[in-house]
Design a protein around this ligand. Sequence first.
Ligand SMILES: [Zn+2]
Length: 534
Amino acid sequence: MSEQYQALYRKYRPQSFDDVVGRDAIVKTLKNQVRTGRIGHSYLLCGTRGTGKTTIAKIFARAVNCENPQNGNPCGECPTCKAIAEGANLNVIEMDAASNNGVDDIRTIIDEVSYSPTSGRFRVYIIDEVHMLSTAAFNALLKTLEEPPSYAIFILATTEPNKLPLTILSRCQRYDFGRLSTQTIADRLQDVCEREKIRIEEKAVQYLARRADGSLRDGLSLLDQCEAFFFEEELSYDKVLSILGAADTSIFHRLFLEIHTCDAAAALKTLEEVLLAGKEMTQFVTDFVWYLRSLMLLKASEDAGDLLDVSTEDVAQMTEDARRAEMSEIMRDIRILSALIEQIRYAADRRTLTEMAILRLCTAAMEEEPAKGMEALQERLRQLEEAVSQGAVVTSFAQGGQKKESAAKEEDELSPEAMPQLTEAVPEDIRQIVKEWSKILSTYPAQLLKSSLQEANLSLGEGGKLLVVFNNAIVADMFMQNEDHRKEFEEHLSKCTGKIVPVEYRCLDKGRKFKDNYVDLKQVIRMEIQTEDE
Ligand SMILES: [Zn+2]
């Protein structure tokens, strides 16, 4: 790139209202105001980034000061137009409120308002990202907006009008810049390509326009990016995809085949590879769901390929994948994985949960196509599910049947069948506390903490500790983050029982049930009492 290189969106920034695309109503209104001289003092331009707010503001600033306006447009030729375009005219002041949001920043420009312009008719203040101003700055600005000098125009631009005080909103003429349509952006890109002599496939233009997501500036930046890479070559759809990092579908293709040939070991190995490559699990599963959804669409209609934003080669591969499975199977895969995404978002053991889901997909595929090894697979799945429900983190399927010792031990201690043994193991102190829990709490002085403890569940922690499990993270934090609260409670326990009782506090993971994860000591003790009564 030469030194004179200018980003396309700057180079093709419209210089007059007539060059602006997709803003017909706004342009018409502003042109009429310039033509008839009925110019307001405060304007508010709202809309997402890259939709033309600043561009329109600048054209307007020139148009109102132009010495020879053409039907509401700035002429672009007179000294004033030229000076403003070069940023050399003192009558147009731009300010970015994102970096200058204090009351002093606003004061600086407001102080100048009192001096009438040395040349030209209007002094135009363009304040970008105006919602970032501090409250004090807004108040200072409001005073000026309420009584502006005849030569002052304020153009406020914002992406978040909902953050502006009503007092400001009510003072301004408001213009909303919605997202531009894909076709408007595509047409403009095509136009720029012609002028720049960039050869580009029509399908590539459409793809860029879709990726721009309503922002012309983003569309032009994407085009810039592609052009810089394939300088003077024709921009084909596939080239554009490769530059803009469309998903690499080969890994999904492999995983899909492994699942649908019921090769669980291979599927889990693929998953391991993905992890080793540093992919984030939730993102990977989300992308895989996207792949499956694409297969579903291709199965429904082979024309769907045009909508998928994947290369021609990939569409062929995916169409073949889609033929391999029944619609119902693909939909089942999507269901299982969508549920998984919800589940792993807040989970610590994402990998195990994902492995379980992959195994479930393989098992389900097998049910439809029975094969050897089904029982072993289901057994492995059952083990994983059990281990996870006990809170154990199973490290890798690659370790095969040899479960980690601690996980196995925990399972023995905590699985429902083992519960009678556990009651034997509850230390007498703990048993006493659980039995008398309500009584102990009834004399506990701190009211808020008391009700939290009443709602908490009790279980047995490592080394015979009393485990207090809270359902709610805020409540749990009152103990887990506050040593005074813990100390106070533990001293109270000692006072009631005459013994020092080690206590541990935990918070139940979101969405989990206490009984599925811990032994419920209150229930164990209740059962004991019932047995004694019989
Ligand atoms: Zn002019």
